[in-house]
Design a protein around this ligand. Structure first.
Ligand SMILES: *Cc1c(COP(=O)(O)O)cnc(C)c1O
Length: 417
């Protein structure tokens, strides 16, 4: 067993006392969302037989149909499409966008540059990849203001008669900015619709689900997407994504996922249905565990002299905890420490590598049961100034605590603290 320096253990005790009130607030959100999910299961009379898998075309798969209804209810949406056939969050978001956009239309992102993997989905005119712009769909984005808000003057100028979809990314992703809480998204919807009434407001909800009591589709968002290997999968769903929102838009996304005229009426669930249901049932509580972990991490790293975003006592609307370290050595020790605390692959030591598509070497800790599952404790950092490390997830609060302790101990062992 690794033992921790007395100083680190003492810091842990102090921090645990200090964040108690914050943890209670997280519990209240968990309780609200846990009961909301159970209530939705009850309303739709979820039964054991719904968990059976399906094969072939899978017509009339009741488990799949009821799953869509339960998801729609939980997210306060008219309809939902929840499928293991979505290969990732990017695939899910891409399906939603391609579903509703047509050549000549424009997509306008108002929360700055979207998440990295979406850049290729947007693409370049004539890039030959079948990206949005390759299909003649226009793209614009407005940068955030210095204060991190939407630049409304720029948005007003960028909305044209062709603007069909307004894109909003709720989570900071891997950027040193604030995430947008649901109240702020509600305000964005109101203002955007004042500028153009018939525009479709789309939200990339990745990392956001169940961190607050309301979801973006409950405050007027028309279409939303997320990944099942993040929050709503509860650490149990093995793969997949969900799209929810207005029925007509979800239908168009379903046509894009399978084929026009077929949509969500087919699609074998194989053996995934039970895990997706059970994951949704677990999600509010597991998200609460992860958020408690992020809160503890923020307080511990702040006490150790580092700047964190968000701070431990700030309200949260996603899982990501960013920490600004003082050198590449600190970043590496942080990520290696998190890996050392894993139940899976703790014996491997992550090293920085030149990941395809990134300009700087990247180091990642991911000792997970589901490959790349980031509701599980994981950490990543591009090795570049200003040396920001990102961590997220944790299926149990205790595990996250040990991850943080191990990160600090690793720094201490290397005389970095
Ligand atoms: C994770 C994430 C994505 C993409 O999901 P992948 O599963 O990695 O493809 C998109 N947007 C945000 C904000 C994310 O956090």
């Amino acid at each position: 067993m690794v033992s921790f320096d007395l100083e680190i253990s003492e810091l842990q005790r102090q921090v645990e006392r200090r964040i108690e009130g914050q943890l209670q607030q997280i519990d209240r959100i968990t309780d609200h969302n846990q009961w909301k999910v159970i209530h939705c299961f009850q309303q739709r009379k979820v039964s054991d037989f719904h968990f059976a898998g399906s094969t072939g075309y899978a017509y009339n798969d009741r488990g799949r149909e009821v799953l869509d209804e339960v998801y729609a209810d939980v997210f306060g949406a008219e309809a939902a499409l929840v499928r293991p056939h979505f290969a990732s969050g990017t695939h899910t978001i891409s399906t939603a966008l391609f579903g509703v956009l047509r050549p000549g239309d424009e997509l306008l992102y108002i929360t700055g540059k979207p998440y990295d993997t979406l850049h290729k989905v947007i693409g370049e005119p004539g890039d030959g990849t079948g990206s949005l712009r390759d299909f003649g769909i226009g793209y614009r984005e407005t940068a955030l203001t210095d204060e991190g808000g939407v630049d409304w003057a720029a948005v007003e100028k960028s909305i044209t008669s062709a603007t069909k979809v307004i894109g909003i990314q709720r989570s900071r992703g891997y950027d040193w900015r604030s995430s947008f809480c649901v109240a702020e998204i509600a305000d964005m919807v109101t203002r955007v619709k004042e500028l153009k009434e018939d525009v479709i407001v789309f939200v990339d909800n990745c990392y956001g689900e169940f961190t607050e009591e309301r979801e973006p589709t409950e405050v007027g968002v028309d279409l939303m997407a997320g990944s099942l290997i993040k929050n709503p999968g509860g650490g149990i769903a093995e793969t997949g994504g969900y799209i929810c929102g207005k029925e007509q838009y979800v239908q168009l996304a379903a046509y894009r996922l399978t084929a026009p005229g077929i949509g969500g009426e087919v699609g074998a669930m194989l053996g995934t249905t039970r895990g997706i249901y059970q994951g949704l049932y677990m999600a509010p509580t597991i998200v609460g565990q992860a958020i408690k972990g992020s809160t503890f991490a923020a307080a511990m790293f702040a006490e150790s002299g580092f700047v964190t975003k968000p701070a431990w006592n700030e309200a949260r609307t996603d899982l990501i905890q960013a920490v600004k370290f003082s050198s590449a050595e600190h970043l590496i020790a942080f990520v290696q420490g998190i890996q050392r605390a894993a139940a899976v692959d703790s014996h491997v030591v992550p090293e920085p590598w030149d990941m395809p598509g990134y300009e700087h070497p990247v180091i990642m800790a991911a000792g997970t049961f589901i490959q790349g599952g980031s509701l599980e404790l994981s950490a990543d950092a591009p090795i570049r100034e200003p040396y920001i490390g990102y961590m997220q997830g944790g299926l149990t609060y205790s595990h996250v605590k040990y991850g943080v302790l191990m990160a600090l101990q690793t720094m201490k062992d290397r005389k970095l603290l």
